[in-house]
Ligand binder design. Structure first.
Ligand SMILES: [Zn+2]
Length: 339
């Protein structure tokens, strides 16, 4: 242990005691795209003992330009990102125990996912999940580190419920779907991912070793192309905040999760059946074999129908590519998987 982590132990703010804390820490990473992949790699190299990595999607070639954990064979095999991350981390640091969860984070599972976390780190690409995560973390008193990046611009903030403003203190209402640029509409460059992830993980390590005085205490915004770095100082949590002030968890308590959701900017729709559904992938593959071009791995089956590529996961979810029309995706789901 001393040799592997010797350079980090020499850093006095971590030291031997801090390293011991990292080794026994549990971090949850929600979303394993570009930010989440970078978080996972840095935390495992730092020696965090247990990582829970949750992601609903599979690796594609368009990810490889910035999603550092993944390689060409992962995209060719269409491995779920959580699984590909776990396999890669096993090669990087066999001392890190990784729990890979291939699932959509929603009202029905978010509290269970984070309940045993020392820390929750945002690697998602959408505000729907972030507001849900904010509710769950405030409710359970879990510290979480918000981070987002698109184009050359990114933002991050560390949220300690009861001590610092939460996401809803700062942005009370969720931005309208489609109102913000996404990586699929505005593009994104790797350096902003690395920058935002670095700030998030530096904060994570400070928290895990117990050096709270070193936290940046701001809403940090970086534009790596315009060379603009700014810190907006945060005040106290707002007593009128629905989440951390009034303890009203609008996103957590919302009606049951949307059955269908457009994956913003991806020309794809996700259809999610109720939690607890499972699909026998081998049998399903036989069922759609006549369609041709059917691919299967241990986690999913992918096939095409006309211009749509449909990927079905073991938990019954499907991602329908080639449309942003929920009705089209639902009818394809009903046709091949069932209502
Ligand atoms: Zn708040």
């Amino acid at each position: 242990m001393n040799e592997r982590y010797s350079r980090q132990i020499l850093f006095p703010e971590i030291g031997k005691a801090g390293q011991e804390k990292l080794l026994s820490s549990r971090a949850v990473i929600i979303g394993c795209g570009a930010l989440g992949a970078s978080h996972s790699e840095m935390l495992s190299r730092a020696g965090v003992g247990h990582l829970k990595i949750v992601d609903r999607d599979f690796v594609e070639f368009t990810n490889l330009q910035r999603q550092t954990l993944f390689k060409e064979s992962d995209a060719a095999d269409r491995l779920p990102k959580a699984i590909a991350a776990k396999m890669r981390i096993a090669e990087i640091n066999s001392g890190t125990e990784v729990e890979a969860i291939v699932a959509d984070v929603n009202q029905s599972n978010v509290e269970q996912i984070i309940h045993d976390a020392d820390l929750v780190i945002d690697g998602t690409d959408n505000f729907q999940v972030r507001y849900l995560l904010n509710d769950a973390c405030v409710k359970l008193g879990k510290t979480w580190i918000y981070g987002a990046a698109v184009s050359s611009y990114g933002t991050t903030m560390t949220i300690i419920p009861g001590e610092t403003p939460c996401l809803r203190c700062i942005f009370e209402e969720m931005p309208d779907a489609g109102s913000s640029p996404t990586c699929d509409t505005a593009g994104v460059i790797m350096p902003i991912i690395a920058s935002i992830s670095s700030v998030q993980i530096a904060e994570a390590i400070k928290l895990l070793v117990g050096d709270r005085d070193a936290l940046h205490g701001s809403l940090m915004q970086i534009d790596i192309w315009q060379n603009d770095w700014r810190k907006i100082k945060l005040s106290a949590p707002s007593p009128d905040c629905p989440a951390c002030g009034l303890h009203r968890y609008d996103f957590l308590d919302a009606e049951s999760p949307e059955f269908a959701a457009v994956l913003c900017g991806r020309d794809a729709v996700q259809i999610a059946p109720p939690t607890g559904t499972t699909i026998d992938l081998a049998a399903f593959r036989e069922k759609v074999a006549h369609l041709g071009d059917v691919k299967r791995n241990d986690y999913l089956v992918r096939f095409t129908s006309g211009n749509n590529e449909i990927t079905v996961f073991r938990d019954g979810r499907a991602i329908v590519k080639g449309t942003d029309d929920i009705a089209v995706a639902r009818s394809l789901y009903a046709r091949y998987i069932g209502a």
